[in-house]
Design a protein around this ligand. Structure first.
Ligand SMILES: [Ca+2]
Length: 375
């Protein structure tokens, strides 16, 4: 990644970057600027850049001895969430299998979500575990049907009960990340379903971050009355995380210019499709950090020890930044191929999902894998 400078003038983009539904191609991009890492203008950040360079920087990630759990090569796995016992639930988009990875690394199939209809980037996507799992045993899944994307909850082994339906669906840009916030509410990242005007329509569930109660109602305190919409102007949100102060972050998979790390505030508009990356338009909230799409293409994100980690698909690396997006570092560059997701485990390790068998990677015999790393 290049050394950070102040605001950079946008360079020209290649001629191939029309808004083909396939071009967002979700996880690949037709063309993108050179390898660039850019931050928003220092003036807007209170000049924190001077804070000591390498001081207090965490070291490189290390592989945990004895693991990671190697999964048998299968399809790509968009979702991962931990159960209270330290085992993990993993979704497989195309097979619609819900898998459980034990603390010993063993993998077992819990069930298939037969209600899900895989197509393009749709299928069985995100998974989240109720914060009250010990008493309510609810597991939440986000999946595509023939008509929509929806959120359902289930008790393991039983049929999913839809709690929010009608999220726009298309071959690409289906969103799909689910996560419980520190407020106990369930957040979902949706995509624009390749109809970009959805993102600016408050009445449309596409291109949004949604916030609902554990039983699927619009959460109290949402910014637009009785709507589940929490923030708008998103293209295809695939990563959600919170820091220790309860601030929310999301990754934004850019069309062909800039991928973004955003801090999410209720009711804020993150610009898509009018703006990609930073802008001076006060209607839109600028990202904390942004990268050229060929450099990053971030999917899942995680926060651990006051650092943000972004799993990058096309960029085949793990970016780590400060909580304000500063001091970006590229970790694991090129080592494991495309990285789909990163999640902190209950034991403090980070679990990464590779995504080299999604038709866009170069899988090795070991792919796809879960990597377990020590921050
Ligand atoms: Ca944006």
């Amino acid at each position: 990644m290049g050394r950070r400078t102040g605001r950079r003038r946008f360079g020209p983009i290649a001629s191939t970057v029309t808004d083909r539904p396939d071009a967002g191609k979700g996880e690949g991009h037709a063309a993108a600027p050179r390898d660039l890492g850019r931050r928003r203008d220092r003036r807007a950040r209170g000049g924190r850049r001077g804070r000591g360079g390498g001081r207090d920087r965490p070291g490189p990630l290390r592989r945990c001895p004895g693991r990671p759990a190697g999964l048998p090569a299968t399809l790509r796995r968009p979702g991962l969430a931990f159960l209270p016992d330290g085992s993990a639930l993993v979704t497989e988009r195309d097979s619609t299998r819900l898998l459980r990875v034990g603390t010993d690394g063993r993998v077992s199939e819990v069930q298939r979500i037969t209600e899900a209809r895989p197509r393009g980037e749709g299928g069985l996507l995100g998974v989240a575990v109720s914060p009250a799992y010990a008493t309510d045993a609810w597991v939440y899944v986000y999946y595509s049907t023939a008509d929509d994307n929806r959120i359902a909850r289930l008790h393991l082994g039983q049929s999913p009960q839809p709690i929010l339906t009608g999220i726009p669906h298309a071959g690409n840009h289906n969103g799909g990340r689910l996560a419980f916030g520190p407020d106990g509410m369930l957040y979902a990242g949706t995509g624009d379903a390749t109809d970009r005007k959805r993102a600016q329509d408050r009445g449309d569930l596409g291109g949004k971050i949604l916030r609902i109660t554990p039983d699927g109602r619009p959460a109290p305190g949402n910014p637009f009355g009785g709507s589940p919409v929490w923030s708008l102007g998103h293209r295809n949100v695939q990563g959600l995380a919170w820091d220790g102060a309860g601030r929310m972050y999301a990754s934004e998979f850019g069309q062909n210019r800039w991928d973004e790390l955003n801090r999410i505030e209720p009711g804020h508009n993150y610009g898509w499709p009018a703006v990609e990356g930073p802008s001076d338009d006060s209607r839109y909230t600028a990202p904390l950090a942004w990268w050229g799409t060929s450099d990053a293409s971030p999917s899942g994100i995680a926060i651990s020890q006051d650092r943000v980690y972004l799993a990058c698909l096309r960029g085949t690396k793990l970016y780590r930044t400060d909580l304000d997006g500063g001091h970006p570092e590229a970790l694991l560059a090129g080592q494991y191929g495309r990285l789909r997701h990163v999640t902190p485990a209950p034991d403090g390790s980070l679990w990464l999902l590779t995504s080299n068998r999604d038709g866009r990677g170069s899988p090795t015999a070991d792919d796809d894998r879960i990597l377990r790393l020590t921050p």
